[in-house]
Design a protein around this ligand. Structure first.
Ligand SMILES: O=C(O)c1cc(C(=O)O)c2c(n1)C(=O)C(=O)c1cc(C(=O)O)[nH]c1-2
Length: 241
């Protein structure tokens, strides 16, 4: 009989390093579409296609956070996670990240009703977003929370994006960038909180490897979302001006 010895868990610092390496090396800031966005070579139609399709992702973030909240077992943890839902949905009509994204769309000349209808969302984007929501629906809290750790890299990307929009896409009113500005601080807080939970919860090497795999999966979700946007033919879009 062969005895398979369990691998020893990584130390805390090494585990954190593994997570950060995935969040950096597989992040979608390296995707060709984002590279073109940053260098200023996207056409208005491409930028509008991205805004339209990313709205599908944005509006599902609070749904997946509600699924995660339902799995958390203490009031303290649920309180911590609940603010994410509020960040996107706001406390009242006309507030929150979803509303800010709609204003970004309007600043780029997109029609609010058309965005809300979801009619122009690409099939690959629907699948990528479904993949993320279902992952958080079905997996244990450790993996669902680990998947959110792409946010370790998000604040840096937001700053780069704000700079790129101001520099290259000044036809979009600067007020439209409020979504990205708000996400810099929110993303830092979210990733600090999530990282502390993952480091605490994953005690065995198997858990640690599951956490790293969950984060890699999420990187793939973001990457394939951009693949769909990048490869799409020009979509008919309802433009308000
Ligand atoms: O624009 C981006 O590149 C980007 C990336 C990510 C991310 O890395 O997951 C998020 C967001 N934006 C974002 O706006 C957001 O609210 C958000 C929530 C989450 C999450 O997984 O809980 N990621 C992200």
């Amino acid at each position: 009989m062969t005895v398979v010895e369990a691998k020893r868990p990584w130390g805390r610092a090494e585990f954190e390093e593994q997570l950060r390496a995935v969040a950096e090396q597989r992040y979608h800031d390296r995707h060709p579409f984002n590279v073109r966005m940053h260098e200023g070579s996207l056409s208005p139609a491409e930028l509008r296609r991205w805004i339209t399709n990313r709205f599908h992702y944005q509006r599902h973030i609070p749904v997946k956070d509600a699924l995660i909240t339902a799995k958390l077992e203490t009031p303290e943890l649920r309180r911590m996670w609940l603010h994410r839902i509020e960040d996107h949905d706001g406390r009242a009509e006309g507030e929150g990240g979803i509303e800010r994204w709609l204003r970004l769309g309007e600043a780029a000349g997109l029609d609010r009703a058309a965005l809300l209808s979801g009619a122009c969302v690409l099939p690959g984007v629907r699948l990528a977003v479904d993949g993320y929501v279902n992952f958080c629906r079905h997996r244990p809290p450790l993996e669902a929370v680990s998947a959110s750790l792409t946010e370790l890299s998000a604040p840096g990307l937001m700053l780069r994006r704000i700079d790129a929009f101001e520099r290259h896409y000044s036809w979009i009113d600067a007020d439209g960038l409020a979504y990205f500005r708000a996400r810099v601080g929110q993303g830092r807080r979210d990733s600090d909180e999530a990282l502390a939970l993952v480091l605490e919860w994953a005690s065995s090497r198997a858990d640690q490897e599951r956490a790293v795999a969950a984060l890699a999966f999420k990187c793939d979700v973001l990457w394939s979302l951009l693949d769909a946007v990048d490869l799409a033919q020009r979509e008919p879009q309802v433009v308000s001006r």
